[in-house]
Design a protein around this ligand. Structure first.
Ligand SMILES: Cc1ncc(COP(=O)(O)O)c(C=O)c1O
Length: 375
């Protein structure tokens, strides 16, 4: 059997990782400023993570949600405390798309409505409703097309208000990334997030913060939406949550009440996944990684803004977009092939930095030197 060829890949075989570095099968070292698409939060093969997962696997790796899993309770308590949402409720699943799918479903169960407001350039995943809310017709199959999605311009409070004035009593939820990732690192303004909060309150709709990419401390705050100092009703998360072990979740406001059978999953919240997520939170706390993301991120953003040829530098913490003119479209490839630095991309010509949250200033400088040479 052959692989189903859906990924335009780099022909590099990564066989080892440690912290912010990875190595290929030929022994070549790379600086990883991509983190496997914002997934590696505490660094590759962190010793505490490896020890905690190994220990758990030697006890039990999986049992289903038909029995008590005390690790889930520990995770809920720790995540509630670190995210500043101790009164919220946790539902565990396996990926970002699944988290958003459950968030939207839960909102619709709760207020009985169908219309979902989502924004231009949004990416929410590839499952049915998540992909319908995503602003990319190329990846929406005919069966996923959904007339209940209302697409509005990002950061446009007037357009949002106009839609709520017209059909506010039919709107189930508004879903928004605090910093759009796939959309090219576009930061939602505090004013816009506050407008969403107020309009949802006025009209009985739910505010869903997609924190799959911009959450889990990456922006320097636990959820990037926290910069607006408002609470969402539901936060979806995944990526950095398990540092590579597949786990996703939604953190749900106390206003939303569960009933048995409302949501469910076979794998979600299994012992091994919870051990991975707990290890990540242990390290984030012990090594002060949110503060580090903020400090090293600020440094990178300040230094990158000094390059005349860069059109714009956007982002917060260690979620940074470098907007380049078309004549510099070679830079990302050169960073990888010549300087052995992994970065991400977004169209038309944005380099995306999504490194582990323990990135040091020395590694940031290594990148800045290579970037200077490439442009
Ligand atoms: C903001 C956002 N939401 C949802 C998803 C989907 O996550 P997953 O690929 O884990 O399903 C992604 C993935 O890139 C994302 O960036």
């Amino acid at each position: 059997m052959k692989l189903f060829d859906v990924y335009p890949i780099n022909h590099i075989n990564i066989v080892k990782g440690q912290g912010c570095l990875v190595w290929d099968n030929l022994g070549q070292e790379y600086l990883d400023l991509y983190g496997g698409h914002a997934v590696i939060s505490i660094g590759h093969t962190h010793p505490h993570y490896v020890a905690r997962l190994t220990e758990q696997l030697n006890k039990i790796g999986f049992y289903s949600n038909s029995v008590e899993v005390p690790l889930q309770v520990q995770l809920a308590e720790k995540l509630g405390r670190i995210s500043g949402r101790e009164d919220y409720q946790l539902f565990l699943c396996n990926s970002g798309a699944e988290a958003n799918e459950n968030a939207l479903k839960l909102a619709s169960f709760a207020n009985g409505r169908k219309k979902i407001v989502a924004f231009t350039k949004a990416f929410h995943g590839r499952t049915s409703l998540a992909v319908a809310a995503t602003d990319n017709p190329k990846i929406v199959a005919p069966v996923n097309e959904n007339p209940n999605i209302i697409r509005l311009p990002f950061n446009d409070s007037d357009a949002l208000k106009a839609v709520f004035d017209d059909e506010g009593e039919e709107i189930c939820a508004v879903i928004i990334e605090g910093i759009q990732g796939v959309g090219g690192i576009q930061v939602a303004s505090a004013e816009f997030l506050q407008a969403i909060r107020n309009l949802c309150n006025q009209h009985g709709a739910y505010f869903i913060a997609d924190a799959v990419q911009c959450g889990y401390g990456r922006s320097g705050k636990f959820y990037s939406q926290d910069y607006a100092a408002v609470d969402a009703d539901i936060y979806s998360m995944a990526k950095g949550m398990g540092n590579g072990f597949p786990i996703g979740a939604i953190s749900i406001s106390p206003n939303l009440k569960p009933w048995h059978g409302m949501l469910g999953t076979t794998f979600g919240g299994n012992h091994l996944a919870c051990a991975a997520a707990l290890a990540v939170l242990d390290v984030m706390e012990q090594e002060n990684l949110m503060a580090n993301a903020s400090k090293v991120g600020d440094y990178l953003i300040t230094e990158l803004k000094k390059f005349d040829k860069v059109l714009e530098v956007r982002g917060r913490g260690l979620m940074i977009g470098i907007d380049l003119p078309p004549e510099l479209s070679h830079v990302r490839k050169e960073l990888l092939e010549k300087h052995h630095i992994f970065t991400g991309t977004a169209s038309p010509n944005v380099i995306r930095l999504l490194p582990p949250l323990n990135l040091t200033q020395a590694y940031a400088d290594r990148f800045l030197e290579a970037f200077a040479k490439s442009i």
